[in-house]
Design a binder for this molecule. Structure first.
Ligand code: FPP
Length: 233
């Protein structure tokens, strides 16, 4: 089985999963956290180089305050519960997004997870939190404009590689496979720059029901694709 070097996941359907069971939405996110745990473990075991998950978008602030705070509480719980095992499995965590806007305890937990795993050499696990593809691109543009204004770079000679170095994903490969659970056929501001040639896999399965066996199905589907990157075979 050809294993994608970088898998990115839009973990959608938690709310619908909860509703189906007559539970509140945060229960769905809690179940989603359990799924996440299994999928991180599976990616580590499969030898996937890089896994990126969309945990909280720049648009998710529009949700009711109790749901927003529920998601951040889960982030704190996730780090408290999983960090030891992630360390043992040599997983390196990177945060994608503006974590400065997070509640203090969530920011601290997320940053601790990133700092304490920085020297690990196994699975690169990126958590996109308060992340938006457009915000990321705008942030890169501002950084580049500032360098240009300071005379540190010549705008005319700027390359795609230079630009990519200003993104949260600097130094990481673009996602080969983007999986979206919950059935919606859109990218929702996720990895806008990086997804240019990603293969997309959408499943109706809600995120809390997405198991390592379903991950294998997605990887098999990816393996059967012909990637041409704009060329011809
Ligand atoms: C989308 O489902 C999911 C989210 C916005 C939150 C994702 C969070 C987790 C999987 C658990 C938290 C884990 C960490 C590490 C923070 P939705 O609520 O939009 O579902 P719906 O489309 O069915 O309403």
């Amino acid at each position: 089985m050809a294993i994608p070097q970088h898998i990115a996941i839009i973990m959608d359907g938690n709310g619908r999963w909860a509703k189906q069971r007559g539970q509140i939405r945060v229960q769905g996110h809690k179940a989603g956290m359990e799924s996440l745990r299994e999928i991180v473990r599976a990616c580590s075991d499969l030898g996937v180089g890089c896994l990126t998950v969309y945990a909280f978008s720049t648009e998710n602030w529009k949700r009711p305050a109790d749901e927003v705070s529920g998601i951040f509480k889960l982030l704190v719980a996730y780090v408290a519960r999983e960090l030891k095992e992630l360390q043992a499995n040599n997983v390196r965590i990177r945060l994608l997004g503006d974590v400065s806007a997070l509640p203090e305890d969530a920011r601290r937990a997320a940053q601790e997870a990133q700092t304490s795993t920085a020297d690990n050499t196994g699975l690169q696990f990126n958590i996109a939190i308060n992340y938006g593809g457009r915000a990321e691109i705008l942030r890169a543009v501002k950084a580049i404009a500032e360098k240009a204004a300071a005379g540190e770079l010549d705008p005319a000679s700027l390359t795609e590689e230079d630009f990519a170095r200003e993104l949260y994903t600097a130094g990481l490969p673009d996602p080969d496979l983007i999986i979206r659970t919950g059935g919606e056929m859109r990218l929702s501001n996720f990895l806008t720059w990086q997804s240019a040639y990603s293969e997309l896999y959408v499943t109706d399965t809600y995120w809390p029901d997405f198991t390592p066996a379903k991950l294998n199905e997605a990887i098999e589907s990816y393996g059967a694709r012909e990637r041409r990157f704009g060329g011809i075979k």
